[in-house]
Design a protein around this ligand. Structure first.
Ligand code: AMP
Ligand code: ZN
Length: 115
């Protein structure tokens, strides 16, 4: 999608520090990390948020949760102690980039409730 920064990252028009990639998904380091490990996992095909998901997204979202997140967590060394997975959705959810992304955060103790 034109003017979407994460589409541009997925298309390599903007560089990123990728930690995992396949035909459906890219995972890359967040530019402003909020924890020692802070990775964003995106479907390469544009979808704005969880609100827009439908049956056509089952494969990619299942892939993200069943394969990519556990794999990246393990590779980043945060799987044993634990980690947090967040999908900010919409304005009150704190979503600033309107291309669905899953935050993977770890390497420190997390607080609850989040701000
Ligand atoms: P959210 O506020 O949930 O929409 O998260 C957007 C995230 O994208 C923030 O944590 C930003 O730091 C991150 N971000 C924005 N631009 C880039 C970029 N070019 N490369 C990596 N992370 C980015
Ligand atoms: Zn996009």
């Amino acid at each position: 999608m034109a003017d979407c920064i994460f589409c541009k990252i997925a298309n390599k028009e903007i560089p990123s520090a990728a930690v995992y990639e396949d035909d459906m998904v890219l995972a890359f380091k967040d530019l402003e990390p909020q924890a020692p490990v802070h990775v964003l996992v995106i479907p390469k095909k544009h979808v704005e948020s969880i609100k827009e998901l439908d049956d056509s997204h089952k494969d990619v979202m299942g892939h993200i949760f069943c394969k990519v997140l556990p794999r990246v967590a393990k590779e980043q060394g945060i799987d044993e102690k634990g980690f947090r997975v967040v999908a900010n959705t919409g304005d009150e959810g704190g979503q600033t980039v309107k291309h669905l992304h899953i935050h993977l955060l770890g390497g420190r103790s997390m607080q609850w409730p989040p701000g």
